[in-house]
Design a protein around this ligand. Sequence first.
Ligand code: KG4
Ligand code: ZN
Length: 345
Amino acid sequence: MLRPTEDILILGIESSCDDTAAAVIRGDHILSNVIANQEVHRNFGGVVPELASRAHQQNIIPVVEVALSKANVGKNELNAIAYTRGPGLLGSLLVGTSFAKALSLSLGIPLLDVDHLQAHILAHFIRDTPDQEIPQFPFLCLTVSGGHTQIVVVESPGHMRSIGQTIDDAAGEAFDKAAKIMGLPYPGGPLIDKLAREGNAFAYSFPEPRIPGLDYSFSGLKTSFLYFLRDRLKSDPDFIGKNKADLCASVQHSIVSILLRKLALAAEHTGILEIAIAGGVSANSGLREALLQMAGVKGWKVFLPRFAYSTDNAAMIAMAGVFRYMSGNFAPLDLPPYARAGEHH
Ligand code: KG4
Ligand code: ZN
């Protein structure tokens, strides 16, 4: 694969869920990476689509302006605009899509449509230091976010195929739902991670799902966690308060074990030993530690994304845009967004 050259300068825009983000990339080097998180959803225990679209509309112009000025780049220097086409919330995607289209039209430069899930994976090709190692093709990527859980064989920047996915909840959803059951605020994943550090991962155990092949399921864990707590709360109303760290550590351990068991199977089936993780849940310290430990045993070479490129960001959109630019894959102005993965095929 040819390494992106310094003469490629691209603005990336991400608006698929509740973060409005913009980033500028030169070659494979990020010049700026700006995110406006939407606080409006905090009181609702989840993302409210209508509020998300409105906040994107308010944020997108200032976020893009800050990204350009931090990068010290003028709009007229850009070669192309990359934006998230999907999957995500349609109303949110439409704000980024319309903005990207208008900007590319007004500047007379190409538009690059990016798949959000592929971008999470391609974040591994960002080089913040010149000697940073990048994965070699083909490699496996466990993509774990709030909406998706997949094991992907990555053959090239444009060729990826999923060989396993969740049949119900995503891994991030499992974290967020477990947190909600314990009365923790949304999104609960990062909080469980934090509290788990003080707890005993073996304090409580929950049954592992029996799903054939490389697919995942997390809804059973959520249900058994709910019933377990319901029982314990009957005899001790403060059970959660007293045991929060152990509960977090145990539920995190369960989710991580489920994730890694199938990932190990995928590595066995494909014979691929280069393994990456991507998406919001790849920020989880329990997953990172357990993966590194397993890699030592199995002889894997592991790639962990920087924290700034794990959860939603526009740097990954810009990086994915660079690859599309290099392949001359430009988007027409009438290209519609898509809400669900794979809808565009
Ligand atoms: O990739 P992402 O930012 O957005 C989607 O594309 O969905 O992922 C968000 C998900 C949420 O479910 C959030 O709770 C989870 O990633 N997450 C974490 C951590 N940081 C974010 N889950 C566990 N541990 C973390 N440190
Ligand atoms: Zn994401």
